[in-house]
Design a protein around this ligand. Structure first.
Ligand SMILES: CC(C)(COP(=O)(O)OP(=O)(O)OC[C@H]1O[C@@H](n2cnc3c(N)ncnc32)[C@H](O)[C@@H]1OP(=O)(O)O)[C@@H](O)C(=O)NCCC(=O)NCCS
Length: 182
């Protein structure tokens, strides 16, 4: 049987609230995403380098991914001093529980990375995942992220910072392999 198509599609404002609030309240998502209100209130706005997409499975929205440039102050507050300016932070969810573990999340992330690398100002993309969120860690690795380092988030506990770098630029790897002294 042919594998389903996975695409990143526009987030229509008419569907956004209903779909996202349904997905964010489902236990398999709520456990890792925290308050639905904050996620619903977020919008890419005019900010440079940010965006959001529905994840389409055979054209049907089944998940959501958003990305934004990380603020230097947030990185420093989390002790992530080595992550360079301009880095993109990504959040993802597959809202339909029966479609988790089927490769949808990792395929969607691979497509997002391809899109992000078209912008030469993006040095790397990062994702944070709880050390207990095995399926997220595995999905991110399948999409090309690697575990950069473990840290402890005051709210979420032990976490992994996962990063992906543009494959065709060896100078980028050196940038992150030389942590700046605090
Ligand atoms: C995290 C998430 C986006 C991953 O998307 P996905 O479509 O389920 O991921 P994939 O199917 O591409 O990959 C998951 C991998 O983890 C594996 N996996 C699932 N449960 C696992 C577990 N308990 N231990 C180890 N591996 C596990 C799957 O087998 C699969 O690997 P494989 O293809 O090598 O078999 C999705 O599961 C999700 O939305 N979860 C709820 C919300 C969430 O956790 N969001 C991210 C954190 S904010």
């Amino acid at each position: 049987m042919e594998s389903p198509s996975i695409e990143l599609g526009p987030v229509e404002s008419s569907a956004r609230g209903a779909l996202l609030s349904e997905w964010l309240r489902r236990p398999h998502v709520a456990r890792w995403w925290g308050e639905a209100e904050a996620a619903l209130a977020w919008s890419p706005g005019e900010a440079d380098g940010s965006g959001e997409s529905f994840i389409l499975h055979d054209q049907r929205p089944v998940g959501y991914v958003r990305w934004q440039r990380v603020l230097r102050c947030d990185l420093d507050a989390a002790g992530l001093h080595e992550v360079p300016d301009g880095a993109i932070d990504i959040d993802i969810l597959i809202g339909e529980p029966e479609l988790t573990g089927c490769g949808v999340g990792s395929r969607a992330l691979s497509q997002l990375l391809e899109r992000l690398w078209r912008d030469p100002s993006v040095p790397l993309a990062g994702m944070s995942a709880s050390a207990a969120n095995e399926s997220a860690l595995r999905a991110y690795e399948k999409a090309g992220f690697r575990r950069r380092r473990a840290y402890t988030d005051p709210r979420w506990g032990p976490m992994w910072l996962m990063i992906a770098e543009r494959a065709d630029d060896p100078t980028r790897s050196r940038a992150i392999d030389s942590p700046r002294s605090k």
